[in-house]
Ligand binder design. Structure first.
Ligand code: FES
Length: 122
């Protein structure tokens, strides 16, 4: 087991400056074009097509929401869309799992409080 872990770490190139893995021994990461989006009113940059959570992580965002009852900070848990640890509001749509939602130019991402609120169509 330890040998596998050492092999995996030796084969990876971690870009510690932004938290992205840029070279992996068995996976290939294609980078999309750089795009801008907003997170809680702050303008950030990521790569088109990467998960929103990856772009936030690369920008230093580690707290994705707070627990509904005790209001404790929550970060990544499954990172594959199976839990609710990363729910945010994206372009006015609440309860978006940002670990599997792809980043697009101009997205407006906001931290969601509680269960989120659906806005009525105008
Ligand atoms: S971290 Fe589990 S659904 Fe996103």
């Amino acid at each position: 087991m330890l040998a596998i872990l050492v092999w995996a770490i030796e084969g990876m190139d971690l870009n510690m400056g932004n938290g992205r893995i840029t070279n992996h021994p068995i996976l290939d990461f294609k980078e999309g074009r750089p795009v801008r989006f907003t997170f809680d009113g702050k303008e950030l940059e990521g790569y088109e097509g990467e998960p929103i959570a990856a772009a936030l992580h690369a920008s230093g965002v580690r707290v994705l929401r707070e627990s509904p009852e005790l209001k404790r900070p929550r970060g990544f848990f499954c990172a594959i869309g199976n839990c609710s640890s990363c729910l945010m509001t994206v372009d006015g749509r609440p309860n978006v799992r940002i670990c599997v939602e792809k980043l697009r130019e101009g997205m407006n991402v906001t931290t969601q409080k509680g269960k989120g609120v659906l806005l009525a169509d105008n």
